[in-house]
Structure formats: C-alpha cells, structure tokens
Design a protein around this ligand. Structure first.
Ligand code: HEC
Length: 203
C-alpha cells in the first residue's frame, strides 16, 4: 500500500513532462509563464536557473534512482541524475504484454529502464563523470541532442520516453543553464548500457 502511494506521487510529474499533449493556451498557462519570467531575474546564476529547470522539467523522475522512503519510492538525491542504476538486473518481460491493445511500455522500479516497442532504453547518467556521464560532452553536443533528438546531437535517434521534443522549445539561454547545472553536479560513476533492440528484451 505504501509502495503504491509513493508511485502515485511520482507519476504526476512524469505525466506533465511526458504525457500531457494538451497545449491549448489558457489563463493557467499565462500565470505559469509570468512565474517563469520572474524566476529569470538577473540575480539568478545560470547554475541556479538550471537547477530550477531540472526541478520543473521532471528530469529526476527518470534520471535519478529511487530509494524507499517513509511514503514509498522517492528520488535518491544522494545519487542525483546518475541514471538507471547499473547494479539493477532487468526483470523478464512476458511476451505479448506490450502490444497495440495491451501495454505501450513497462518500467523498472527506478523509472530508469523502459521497455516498449523500441526495445529497452536506459535513462542516461547526466552527472559530469567522464567515463559514464556527460563529463566529456560539450555544451554544443547537449544543445544539439535536445534540439534534434539525435544521440549526442549527431547519432542515432534518442529513444522514448526521453521527452526531448518538448524540451527542444527551451531558449538557448535555458539549455545552456541546464547544461551548466548538470556539469556542476558531483560526478557519479554509473555506466549506462546501450539501448537493447526489441528482439533483445529479456524474456
Ligand atoms: C520520462 C523519462 C525521462 C525524463 C522525464 C527525462 N529523461 Fe532524459 N532520457 C530518458 C531516457 C530513457 C534516455 C535514454 C534514451 C536513449 O538511450 O535513446 C534519456 C536520455 C537523455 C539524454 C541523452 C541524449 C543523447 O544524446 O543520447 C540527455 C542529455 C537527457 N536525457 C537529459 C534530460 C534532461 C535534462 C531532462 C529534464 C529536463 C530529462 N532528460 C528528462 C528519460 C527521461
């Protein structure tokens, strides 16, 4: 029961970033943009702005491992944005579970390994660790990745459920701030495997 409550708390933020397709302008949206522009005051450093964007952008939902708290699973901020834990083994996915009239995707307890028609995708390590995170990325690579939906800005398509197609609307300034914040995090060594094609989904 506690576990369920925790999961339910995690889901709304995820739904906002990944599931909400209703972009109709409303007074509510206007209030939000007013708040956003006030948060853009010059007193805020790029790193502070980037932290704010990570919080409202829901990046922690998928990119931060979960731990069990008093109310169920919660983001383990000691491992902030270090990606799907490499120590986790993927549980087998019953054949036929993911189908047009069944489920679109299933996800592990960290909301970090996602199984769908695309195969399995693993939320990346966004900390500046050189070997396993974004330590060797340039700001340009990061901006191109989010803008084009291509791995490192030039490679294979970035897989679901990474909502780059929503984030691509950020201003250059905000994308730079986001990158500055990610690069300010403590580096955490956590290797992320390449995505698995559909025929490699563990059964
Ligand atoms: C709904 C889950 C989800 C959310 C929310 C999310 N990501 Fe991701 N992200 C992923 C997954 C899964 C991948 C791996 C995709 C792949 O391997 O193709 C990924 C990949 C990435 C990558 C690597 C892109 C590349 O070039 O391969 C970056 C950078 C990234 N995310 C940044 C962010 C940032 C910044 C935020 C918040 C503003 C965020 N993500 C929010 C799931 C998510």
């Amino acid at each position: 029961m506690q576990l369920m409550r925790g999961l339910v708390q995690l889901v709304p933020a995820f739904a906002i970033v990944a599931g909400c397709a209703n972009n109709a302008p409303s007074t509510e949206n206007k209030a939000t943009s007013a708040q956003v522009s006030s948060a853009q005051s010059p007193a805020q450093s790029p790193v502070e702005r980037g932290k704010y964007l990570v919080m409202i952008g829901g990046c922690n939902d998928c990119h931060t491992p979960k731990k069990l708290g008093p109310n169920g699973p919660e983001p383990d901020m000691a491992r902030e944005l270090s990606g799907n834990p490499s120590t986790e083994k993927l549980a087998p996915v019953p054949a036929g579970l993911i189908a047009p009239d069944k489920y679109l995707a299933v996800v592990n307890n960290h909301l970090g390994a996602w199984v769908g028609p695309w195969g399995v995708s693993f939320a990346l390590n966004l900390t500046p660790d050189k070997a396993t995170g974004l330590g060797s990325w340039t700001e340009d690579m990061f901006m191109k990745a989010i803008r084009t939906g291509k791995h490192q800005g030039a490679g294979r398509p970035i897989l679901p459920p990474m909502p780059w197609n929503w984030y691509r609307s950020m201003t250059d300034e905000d994308l730079k701030a986001l990158f500055a914040y990610l690069q300010s995090l403590p580096p955490i060594n956590n290797p992320i495997p390449d995505p698995l094609p559909p025929d490699k989904i563990p059964r």
